[in-house]
Write a protein that binds this ligand. Structure first.
Ligand code: EPZ
Length: 420
């Protein structure tokens, strides 16, 4: 329910092991990519999240059959479409709905997508997506809050992205997979989710080179086939639990995660005095009794991930010394500082930087999640604050964290959900 709250009582040291669920942002783009084939696709390790439910609703709106099979498996049959529109009431819930645009242009040569609109972390325009589709030959017009696009036949072209946009790289790569000729995406995003989408498309029969570099080359093919695919673990969920271990001086074993996916955080946590043991598919995080202040600058992958910035800020609030956190990816991703200050943090925001003076103790207060990762930051603060924190608007958290309170409780946290 939208009025649900989390009640968190601080002071517990977290210890034990946590299993990481499938990656939200990889699941969303791969679900969109299944529209590129008439065959059935089977997607495994799909996380039960409200963002996934929204993407299922968008795909069903297009007339496509989507069913949950045994626990975390989705069965998608994109043989038949009866619609090419992603409506406002769905897109406003989740901007990633725009990822169906590339597949719609490739399969039906037309698409009508509501403009996503901004959210708590910024205006988040989609001009790079539109520029990419126009380069592939589509006529695009934006009116009455909708993007309308039509094309006779997508043709390959050279696209330079002003910023290595994750979503634009994914959308263009999907459309280009069925275009005539070769498409080059320069200054492409290198995130693991982009690489995973590319691997999925290659398994479908696409011809793609350069995944994980800033130049991706796609040689269009006539047809793509259905595949059975396993979604990778969620590096941002993993990072959130790593910081939970650090902030509570705990000891948490993060299972089923490749440390390489979250290397920038490992480096920064070690600088902060956190002990990390890592093997090829697990990470153990042992939090010290006191955290050293470290500076963070978010950058496109492989830089420090913007989606971990709010959670790391919570850690900085109780570090010894002053930290500077600079957010270069989104223009307004400090909405969580207000509520951290309400909990006793000492933070000053100056433009794209936040200066955080570590304090000895945070104190519980009623606070509100502003967005998915900002909400996670407030939970982390609540885990160490004196007293009982009430966090409202936790529907933001249900978008991106599977069984959050259950996993934290299993680690020893005192947290429960109140359904108002
Ligand atoms: C993806 O969003 C993720 N979402 C975000 O995760 C993540 O924070 C972001 O990448 C950056 O890593 C999904 O994958 C579903 P971008 P996306 O395009 O694709 C600007 C979460 O918490 N931009 O890389 O929307 C944009 O405004 C979410 O799971 C344009 O100007 O991010 C931003 O400043 C939050 N024009 C920057 O680029 C465009 O056409 C990076 O955006 C597109 C983007």
């Amino acid at each position: 329910m939208d009025s649900d709250k989390f009640i968190i009582t601080g002071g517990k040291r977290l210890e034990g092991s946590v299993e990481i669920s499938g990656a939200k942002n990889s699941a969303l783009s791969i679900m969109a990519a299944t529209l590129l084939t008439k065959d059935v696709c089977i997607l495994r390790n799909i996380p039960h999240l409200t963002d996934v439910d929204t993407m299922i609703a968008v795909i069903r709106k297009l007339g496509i059959k989507v069913e949950w099979k045994e626990d975390n498996t989705l069965y998608i049959d994109s043989d038949y479409f009866n619609n090419y529109e992603a409506p406002y009431e769905l897109v406003k819930k989740m901007r990633a709905s725009i990822l169906v645009m590339g597949p719609l242009l490739a399969r039906l040569n037309k698409a009508k997508i509501s403009l996503p609109g901004g959210c708590a972390i910024g205006a988040r325009p989609v001009d790079f997506h539109i520029k990419g589709f126009e380069t592939l030959g589509a006529q695009v017009e934006v009116e009455k809050g909708y993007i309308k696009a039509e094309v006779n036949k997508l043709r390959g072209g050279d696209i330079y992205l002003d910023f290595p946009s994750l979503g634009a790289t994914e959308n263009i790569m999907m459309a280009a997979s069925l275009a005539e000729g070769v498409t080059k995406i320069e200054n492409a995003a290198k995130d693991p989710e982009v690489v995973e989408l590319g691997n999925f498309l290659i398994k479908m029969g696409a011809k793609i080179e350069g995944l994980g570099t800033d130049l991706i080359k796609i040689n269009g093919v006539k047809k793509l086939n259905g595949v059975d695919y396993n979604i990778i673990p969620d590096r941002i969920e993993a990072g959130t639990y790593m910081i939970a271990a650090a902030i509570t001086s705990g000891d948490i074993l993060i299972e089923k995660i490749d440390p390489l996916l979250i290397k920038p955080l490992i480096v920064k946590l070690e600088e902060a005095g956190v002990k990390i043991k890592q093997e090829k598919d697990f990470i153990e995080v042992i939090g010290p009794n006191s955290i050293n202040a470290v500076d963070i600058k978010t950058l496109p992958y492989p830089g420090f991930p913007t989606d971990i910035q709010p959670q790391f800020m919570a850690l900085s609030c109780v570090a010894k010394g002053t930290s500077v956190i600079t957010e270069t990816v989104f223009e307004n991703r400090f909405a969580h500082t207000g509520d951290l200050i309400r909990m006793g943090a000492d933070i000053k925001v100056e433009g794209r930087s936040a200066i955080i003076k570590g304090v000895k103790k945070l104190s519980a207060a009623p606070v509100m999640a502003s967005d998915l990762r900002g909400g996670a930051a407030l939970i982390l603060a609540g885990l160490v604050a004196d007293g009982t924190t009430e966090l409202s608007r936790i529907y933001h958290l249900d978008r991106g964290y599977v069984n959050l309170e259950k996993k934290l409780t299993a680690l020893g946290a005192d947290i429960h959900r109140v359904e108002e």
